[in-house]
Design a protein around this ligand. Structure first.
Ligand code: UDP
Length: 461
């Protein structure tokens, strides 16, 4: 049944519909690659914004559809948040998605469609799939625990969590329903909790109505949550991840949206093992001018080499690095490199990398675990505060910068992780988790078995 050359050994087709943001698109294309190796023919429906690079996937068929995103400016609220963008996208792509899917189901010369796999956040696709009688399986792009927090977001809103401030004692306390998380972690997931609650309620309703859910995670670290989920989501569940693990680090599917810089590798090659701090806040998170400057001072004030990804536009209101503190580049000299975007998986796999200062995006976290690189967590929005809490307090494979971006705090945490014994202990724990990932991928391991079950399940449709 296995096939990499494009021969459709199962004689079945799978249609995937990813969200056009790096952290969702990249793992879904990895999932598509995995399903292709299992003998399925792959068709990707995608919206026009941030299209996948077709030339990286000559073995897939792509179908672009309209999503009205170019008109979004006319509908923009004063303070748009992620729930606004994704709700808009859902509402404006429904008709073109339906037409496209109906056309794909009616292609007599193509193999029959086994199922549709969509990002969980495309909630409109469930009713469309039902009306066209094609099973829909959802892909959840974040950590497993986040699905429960999102499911309960409106409940937390009604409880008044989002009215709390740092001065309220409850702010620092554990969430009674999820004692591993703090109330402040839930608060930080959303700048518009009311809107996000409404959006997530729609998502959860359609996840429950779906034919199954695929997690980009692996069983071992999230075992306790998985048990709770069997009651909350009584549909077939597959923990297939970490998806980055299926492809060698050098296979870069990551440069999907931004062009990658590789010029720093000759510099990185000169650095001692585990001596360099890698800093990146992913593809969406934004920071303020003062946070950017504090981060810069944090890096200047400790004498450790660093590679810093500053994505153009990441610093709100600026083009790129024009707000670096005066003399920053002169002071740092050859000790540091700043790039716009890099092949992150390859960087994390480089022996010179000693820690990853991250915004705690789920893909970044998984990629770090796969390479055994301890993390410093500076979460910004959505699932990131939840992931960061798990990384620091539950799995203990990193340190959370609890007080945000402030130069002295940053220096202290960098020292703890890069120079102190505590850092060594954290490194041991993340290496143990990395070993668990490797075991889960072996014959009989949890992710390996989950993939086999998913393939059998899809073939049963
Ligand atoms: N990434 C990359 N190069 C960079 C920074 C990030 O290839 O310079 C990739 C990274 O490997 C990861 C993705 O971008 O796969 C970011 O996803 P994540 O879920 O961590 O965060 P998001 O961008 O969704 O906030």
């Amino acid at each position: 049944m296995k096939n990499h050359e494009g021969e459709e050994a199962t004689h079945r087709r799978i249609i995937l519909f990813p969200l056009p943001v790096q952290g969702h698109l990249s793992p879904m294309l990895q999932l598509a690659n995995i399903l292709h190796t299992q003998g399925f023919k792959i068709t990707i429906i995608h919206v026009q914004q941030n299209p996948p690079n077709y030339s990286n996937y000559p073995h897939f068929t792509f179908k672009p559809i309209a999503d009205g995103f170019s008109d979004i400016g006319k509908h923009m609220p004063e303070k748009p948040d992620p729930s606004f963008y994704i709700t808009y996208r859902n509402e404006h792509c429904a008709d073109s998605f339906r037409d496209c899917l109906a056309g794909l189901l009616d292609e007599p010369d193509e193999p029959p469609v086994a199922c549709l796999i969509t990002d969980a956040e495309y909630y409109i696709t469930q009713e469309i799939a039902d009306s066209l009688k094609v099973p829909r399986v959802v892909f959840w792009a974040c950590t497993i625990v986040s699905v429960l927090v999102y499911r309960d977001l409106s409940f937390f809103y009604d409880k008044g969590y989002f009215n709390l401030t740092t001065k309220d004692p409850e702010y620092e306390e554990p969430v009674p329903e999820y004692p591993l998380l703090k109330v402040k972690d839930v608060i930080k997931t959303s700048t518009n909790p009311y809107g996000m609650g409404i959006f997530q309620t729609k998502v959860m309703k359609q996840v429950k109505a779906s034919s199954g859910i695929i997690w980009n995670s692996f069983k071992e670290p999230e075992e306790a949550i998985l048990k709770t989920l069997s009651h909350a989501f009584p549909i077939p569940r597959f923990t297939l991840g970490p998806l980055p693990k299926y492809l060698p680090s050098s296979t870069s599917t990551s440069g999907i949206i931004f062009e990658q810089d590789r010029t720093f590798f000759s510099w990185l090659d000169t650095k001692a093992p585990k001596s360099v701090i890698y800093v990146s806040f992913g593809s969406i998170a934004g920071i303020t001018k003062s946070e950017f400057q504090e981060a810069a001072y944090g890096l200047v004030n400790i004498d450790i080499p660093f590679l810093w990804v500053v994505r153009p536009g990441m610093v709100k209101g600026s083009e790129w690095i024009e707000w670096l503190p005066e003399n920053f580049l002169e002071e740092v000299g050859d000790r540091g490199r700043i790039v716009k975007w890099c092949p992150q998986k390859e960087v994390l796999a480089h022996e010179a990398i000693g820690c990853f200062w991250t915004h705690s995006g789920w893909n970044s976290t998984l990629e770090s675990i796969c390479e055994g690189v301890p993390m410093i967590c500076s979460p910004c929005i959505v699932g990131q505060p939840i992931i960061a809490r798990y990384v620091s307090d539950v799995w203990k494979i990193g340190i959370l910068l609890e007080d945000g971006l402030e130069r002295e705090g940053i220096k202290r945490v960098l020292k703890r992780l890069m120079l102190d014994k505590e850092g060594e202990e954290i490194r041991c724990r993340i290496n143990a988790l990395k070993d668990e990932v490797n075991i889960s991928f072996r014959e009989g391991g949890s992710s390996h078995r989950s993939l086999q079950s998913l393939v059998d399940y899809i073939l049963s449709f």
